[in-house]
Write a protein that binds this ligand. Structure first.
Ligand code: PLP
Length: 385
C-alpha cells in the first residue's frame, strides 16, 4: 500500500503503540483509584497532559482530553452559546470543516447569528471582511481553522487573533490539521481555544484535546465524576491519552529536527512530477501559505472518482475533492467556497503525506497515476468514438 491520505488519518507511530500498550495490558487501574496501581495510571495521564501542553507551549491545566477533534469543536461552540447574553453573532468561514459548520447550525436555528466569511481563490479569508463583521454587532466568538483539510491552505491566525482581541472577542481555531505539522505557540499567538485530534498526527483514533486558555470561559459538557477539571466527566481513555501525549512529544521533536522540510520536499517532488505528466493540472492554493503535507489538484478531463478506483486497484490510497454522503456525491463545499464549480470539484484529487512516506513511493504513485490516466483516457475515447 502507498498511503497518500494522511489528512484523513495517519499511520500510528510504532513508538506511540509501545507507549500505550502497557495501559491496555498490565496498567488497567482507574486513574481515580487511590491505591498504588491507580496512582501510577494517574501519573501517566498527568504526564500526557504535560506532553500535549508542551507541543503548544500551554500550561497542563489548559488541556482537556476529548474523544476527537469534532468533540473539541462542539464543546467550544456549545459552551459559548450558553454564555449570556444570548443572540450574539459567531463569525466563521464557508470553508470550515463540517465539525464547525454543523454545530453552528443550531446556533443559527436558536436565534443566534452566524456570519460566514467568504474565502478567495486560494481559500483564505479577507481580514477586512472579518474586521467589518466584528464591528457589526456584539460577537461571542470567532472560529476559523488554522489549516484546511482539503487544500492545506492556512489562515493567518495571528492576525485574526489580533483583530478579534482588539474588540474583546475570543478566538477558537480548529487546528486539527495544523497541530504537529506547524509550530504552534499559544503564548505567541494567544488563541482562546484550540482543537486537536490524535489520529491526524500518528496517535490512534478516538482521542483528541481541547486547549482552553485560563482566561477563556468554558462550560462543562459532560457532567458526572468531575474528570478533566470537571469539564468532561467520564473515566479517561488512558491508553489513548498516553498515546496522544507520546505522539505530541514525538511530533515536537520531529518538528525541531526539520521533518516538515523533508515532507515538503516529498510533496514538491510529487507536484513536480504531476505537472510534468499533466501540464494543465491546477494545484489549489499553490500560491498561498499551505501545509507542507497537502496537495489538492484538479486534473482537467479526468474524473477523480474513476481515477481513485484505478489507484486503489494499484494500492494507492488518496481521496477526492468531493465527499460521498449516503450514495450521493456532493461537490466539495471548500472548493465551492473558493469559487470552483461542481465539475472542477469532480476532477479534484487530494494527496496528503506524512513522515512515513518515501521518495520511491512518491515516484511509484506518480507512475500509477499516469497509468490510471492513460486507461481512463482510452476508455473515454472508446465511449465517445
Ligand atoms: N477538523 C478538521 C479540519 C478535520 O480535518 C477533521 C477530520 O478530518 C476534524 C475537524 C474532525 O476530527 P476528528 O476526526 O478527530 O473528529
Amino acid at each position: 500500500m502507498i498511503y497518500l491520505d494522511s489528512n484523513a488519518t495517519t499511520r500510528i507511530d510504532p513508538e506511540v503503540v509501545d507507549a500505550m500498550l502497557p495501559f491496555l495490558t498490565e496498567h488497567y487501574a482507574n486513574p481515580s483509584s487511590g491505591y498504588k496501581a491507580g496512582r501510577l495510571v494517574k501519573r501517566a495521564v498527568t504526564g500526557a497532559r504535560q506532553q500535549v501542553a508542551n507541543l503548544l507551549n500551554a500550561e497542563p491545566d489548559e488541556i482537556i482530553f476529548t474523544g476527537c477533534g469534532t468533540e473539541s469543536n462542539n464543546a467550544v461552540i456549545q459552551s459559548l452559546w450558553h454564555t449570556p447574553p444570548a443572540g450574539r453573532q459567531v463569525i466563521s468561514a464557508r470553508s470550515e470543516h463540517s465539525a464547525v459548520i454543523e454545530p453552528l447550525k443550531p446556533w443559527q436555528q436558536d436565534g443566534g447569528r452566524v456570519t460566514w466569511l467568504d474565502v478567495d481563490r486560494h481559500g483564505r479569508i479577507d481580514l477586512a471582511q472579518l474586521e467589518s463583521a466584528l464591528d457589526d454587532g456584539p460577537t461571542a466568538l470567532v472560529t476559523l481553522m488554522w489549516a484546511n483539510n482539503e487544500t492545506g491552505v492556512l489562515q493567518s491566525i495571528p492576525d485574526i487573533v489580533r483583530l478579534a482581541h482588539d474588540r474583546g472577542v475570543p478566538v477558537h481555531t480548529d487546528a486539527v490539521q495544523a497541530c504537529g505539522k506547524l509550530p504552534i505557540d499559544v503564548r505567541q499567538c494567544p488563541v482562546d481555544y484550540l482543537s486537536l485530534s490524535g489520529h491526524k498526527f500518528h496517535a490512534p483514533k478516538g482521542v483528541g484535546a481541547l486547549f482552553a486558555s485560563r482566561r477563556a470561559r468554558l462550560r462543562p459538557w459532560l457532567l458526572g465524576g468531575g474528570q478533566e477539571g470537571g469539564h468532561r466527566s467520564g473515566t479517561e481513555n488512558v491508553a489513548g491519552v498516553v498515546a496522544l501525549g507520546r505522539a505530541a512529544e514525538l511530533m515536537a521533536s520531529h518538528l525541531r529536527q526539520g521533518d516538515m522540510a523533508r515532507i515538503e520536499a516529498l510533496r514538491d517532488r510529487f507536484e513536480t512530477g504531476l505537472t510534468r505528466t499533466f501540464p494543465n493540472a491546477e494545484i489549489h492554493a499553490a500560491g498561498a501559505p499551505r501545509l507542507p503535507t497537502t496537495c489538492s489538484v484538479q486534473l482537467p478531463g479526468l474524473d477523480a472518482a474513476g481515477l481513485l478506483i484505478l489507484l486503489d486497484q494499484r494500492g494507492v490510497c488518496a481521496s477526492a475533492g468531493s465527499a460521498c454522503h449516503s450514495a450521493a456525491v456532493h461537490p466539495s463545499h471548500v472548493l465551492e467556497a473558493m469559487g470552483y464549480d461542481a465539475e472542477h470539484a469532480a476532477r479534484t484529487l487530494r494527496f496528503s503525506f506524512s513522515r512515513f512516506n518515501t521518495a520511491p513511493e512518491i515516484d511509484q504513485a506518480l507512475d500509477h497515476l499516469a497509468a490510471a490516466a492513460t486507461i481512463m483516457r482510452r476508455e473515454q475515447s472508446r465511449l465517445t468514438s
